[in-house]
Write a protein that binds this ligand. Structure first.
Ligand code: PLP
Length: 452
């Protein structure tokens, strides 16, 4: 595989052989021997119940005995029906239908298609534009790349769809982009106004909708929406007859400490359409979802619209059965409550660490999703130059100490921003947090004598 694709990966990449709880056993690339590694990211913010859960393994065995697969056009299956009901029941009235796919990118593609179809059925076929945010990430397929904005980083700019169809607005990033003296409320209102202005510039009746991650994940580490921002964005969309879409592939299904991330940050109704992935199947199966709200489904029902989407592995029976077992366990054991409580502790410990090191400019996050931005100078917020490779050095050293934390070197509006993300399994304990933060502290201490 090319090093471009794996630019943020450890070199050489270790091989994992087993997993239990928040730990994986790897073959150390240097010694060739097995050793334990704390998986502080739970893969890519995937795990809720942790690795190697015995109950889920048993549910998988049972699912094998029941039904593995049907092609949804030939016959539906009870597993996808039950999973759909379970998901919709978590926020009664918020969504009317659930569609299950094999990956987050596939779900985002489907959501984009459904949004476009809504406007065609509504007699507005001229709506062809998706407004999205700079430095967003929604997947690596062609449509999802068109609404993502980290393409340069992965060298894919040249193969994506025309950007004129996808106008950009600012990412949420108060640490750097809040003006002097601006309150968080004023900052939020300014971003909402920017969205409104972007609709006007694009021609409001040409816009399909606005797409955002509830909490920005992989591109610029855990940007929590400021007060009123998501409600404001929804209202702007609806003012212009467009749809409001939240991508919760990374921040949904409990990651933020509530089943839907948006329910924490919105006072009014949620999105018209949403995508979920990652913790839906918690890494045990490859599954993601599109949740479709009443506004869209009411029209589709009235028009008898069929959503074209007969992909071979839609609503895969085995995957749905296992995802249901995961979700039922998460609910029964109140694991979302646990990650909310322990997540607060993660925030506290990281802020303590911030006071002890010269390198942490900001700690941000919520629930079980925390980002740490590294800077050369806390007072001026000056970032490290890309040549310093601070993030990479941090990640490699931490790995040698027995912990993996996804560390990225994104660039936003021309500013380099090394940062690392903690997104552990929901089962994590305070003692495990102590170990992770201690290892991070030791790593940063050693780096003090190694970077200028
Ligand atoms: N959307 C968001 C917000 C994501 O974080 C990701 C993956 O990281 C995706 C979509 C794409 O999901 P997948 O990698 O399962 O295709």
């Amino acid at each position: 595989m090319s090093s471009t694709i794996l630019q943020n990966a450890l070199h050489p990449i270790p091989v994992a052989v087993r997993g239990k709880g928040i730990n994986i056993t790897i073959i150390d690339p240097e010694t060739g021997l097995e050793r334990e590694l704390i998986d502080a990211n739970s893969g890519a913010a995937v795990s809720s119940v942790g690795h190697g859960d015995e109950e889920i393994k048993e549910a998988m065995r049972k699912a094998v005995d029941n039904l593995i697969y049907t092609f949804p056009i030939v016959a539906g299956n009870t597993a996808s029906e039950k999973l759909g009901k379970f998901i919709l029941d978590q926020a009664p009235g918020a969504f009317a239908s659930a569609l299950f796919t094999g990956s987050g990118s596939e779900s985002v593609e489907n959501a984009m298609k459904i949004m476009r179809k809504y406007h065609i059925e509504n007699g507005e076929p001229q709506r062809v534009k998706f407004i999205c945010r700079r430095q967003a990430y929604h997947g690596y397929t062609l449509g999802t790349l068109a609404i993502s904005d980290n393409n340069k980083k992965v060298g894919m700019d040249e193969i994506t769809l025309p950007k004129e169809q996808c106008p950009r607005v600012s990412q949420v990033y108060p640490y750097r982009n809040r003006k002097d003296g601006e309150t968080l409320d004023q900052y939020s209102a300014r971003l909402v106004q920017e969205l409104d202005d972007t609709f006007k510039a694009a021609g409001p009746d040409t816009v399909i909708g606005f797409i955002a991650e509830t909490v920005t994940g992989s591109t610029f580490g855990c940007q929590v929406p400021p007060p009123g921002y998501l409600d404001g964005c929804r209202d702007v969309c609806h003012k212009y007859g467009a749809l409001f879409y939240l991508d919760e592939v990374m921040s949904g299904c409990g990651r933020m400490g509530s089943f839907h991330g948006w329910s924490r940050y919105m006072t009014g109704p949620g999105p018209d359409i949403q995508t979920n992935g990652k913790t839906l199947g918690a890494g045990y199966v490859t599954i993601a979802a599109v949740l479709i709200g009443n506004r869209i489904m009411d029209l589709f029902k009235a028009k008898k619209t069929v959503i074209q989407g007969a992909q071979t592995y839609h609503a895969h029976s085995f995957n749905c059965e296992v995802a249901l077992a995961v979700q039922q366990k998460v609910k029964r054991d109140n694991l979302i409550g646990n990650i909310d409580t322990v997540g607060k502790y993660i925030g506290e410990k990281l802020r303590e660490l911030q006071n002890e090191t010269p390198f942490i400019g900001e700690v941000r996050g919520d629930g079980g999703f925390w980002g740490v931005e590294f800077v050369k100078d806390k007072a001026t917020k000056e970032p490290f130059s890309p040549e310093t490779k601070f993030g990479y050095k941090f990640m490699t050293k931490l790995f040698q100490k027995g912990c993996y934390s996804l560390t990225l070197d994104g660039t936003i509006d021309g500013v380099n921003g090394d940062h690392t993300i903690l997104s552990p399994a929901f089962t994590i304990t305070k003692e495990e947090v102590d170990t992770i933060v201690r290892l991070m502290g030791e790593t940063l201490k050693e780096l003090e004598s190694e970077v200028e």
